[in-house]
Design a protein around this ligand. Structure first.
Ligand code: PMP
Length: 306
């Protein structure tokens, strides 16, 4: 359990950060959120928050789509996060969850003329899926939320029903994760991760108009692949059958980090074991997020001072 929360403009004990059952966001899913990781670096004795600004920039974009007025600037939100982490005071990997939501206790579905609130907590966090070195995924029977229905590029609380339906059906059928198709039948992404394949030595990932969340890890992977491995990423629609013939496939996201997909519905992906591109990307990624690679230290915000 966290010790503190940022709630209604101040730090309070976590047990005091409570909302009513009448809360608009609880009834209608009218909120947006972020998931941010902080990594403990033993040598540096430092906790580094990964790409903190970018997460709050995205939260501002999500809020804009939902007509949520965020009273705090990106810089202020970064400062609140660092202060919260210092108050928790832990020397281990953490997950930070900011939320912006419609807080009124009223009946009536809408986005306008409502009061917005911001809240945040942080908890210790390890792996999001067990099989990071070899996930077995299915193609979900559920389709990804469409931009014209519930915009996927905003990280909207209510939209995670789509993720939860696909994840639970996948796990209860014995898979680790689900790949979710767009309305036109192309791969959009995982239940809560972006998706890449390696084909003819090149990375391919669905473009931002494929109803994906515009992932910060996706952006990180594209840059690291180019800079550190000389691999270009093509952003285009991916057909389902391309997973059957590609060399490698993987999921990436703040939670899942970079995870190899080695089987899709009982077919091996490539050799059926983790491949060289994903293995190398994982090594590079984990060094970068933990603040061990000076070239990318600007992505890592230190929490503790002095
Ligand atoms: N897609 C969805 C639906 C997600 O929930 C997430 C996790 N935030 C991602 C992709 C990956 O995004 P990011 O790398 O920014 O965490």
């Amino acid at each position: 359990m966290p010790k503190y929360a940022f709630f209604q403009g101040q730090f309070v004990p976590i047990e005091d950060a409570r909302v009513s059952i009448m809360t608009h966001a609880f009834n209608y899913g009218t909120g947006c959120f972020e998931g941010i990781r902080a990594y403990w670096n033993d040598q540096a004795e430092q906790l580094y928050v990964f790409r903190l600004r970018e997460h709050f920039e995205r939260m501002h974009r999500s809020s804009r789509i939902l007509r949520i007025q965020l009273d705090h600037s990106v810089s202020e939100l970064c400062d609140i996060t660092l202060e919260l982490l210092r108050k928790e005071g832990l020397r281990q990997d953490m997950y930070i969850r900011p939320l912006a939501y419609k807080a009124d206790e009223i009946i009536g579905v809408r986005l306008h003329d409502l009061t917005d609130e911001f809240a945040m907590f942080a908890i210790p966090f390890g792996r999001y899926i067990e099989q990071e070195e070899g996930a077995h995924v299915c193609i979900s029977g559920w389709r990804r939320v469409d931009d014209n229905a519930t915009p996927a590029r905003a990280k909207i609380t209510g939209a995670y029903i789509n993720s939860a339906l696909s994840k639970t059906d996948a796990v209860l059928s014995g898979y680790d994760e689900a790949l979710v198709l767009t309305q036109t039948g192309h791969i959009s992404e995982g239940s809560a991760e972006n998706f890449f394949i390696v084909r003819n030595g090149q990375l391919i990932t669905p473009s931002v108009t494929s109803n994906i969340l515009e992932g910060i890890t996706r952006d990180t992977v594209i840059e690291l692949a180019r800079e550190e491995m000389g691999l270009k990423t093509l952003q285009r629609s991916i057909d389902r059958s391309e997973i059957y013939i590609c060399e490698e496939a993987f999921l990436c996201g703040t939670g899942v980090q970079v995870a190899a997909i080695t089987q899709v519905e009982h077919r091996p992906v490539g050799t059926g074991t983790i491949g060289p591109v994903v293995s190398r990307l994982r090594e590079i990624y984990f060094d970068v997020v933990r603040g061990k690679n000076p070239k990318y230290r600007h992505w890592c915000t230190p929490v503790y001072t002095g």
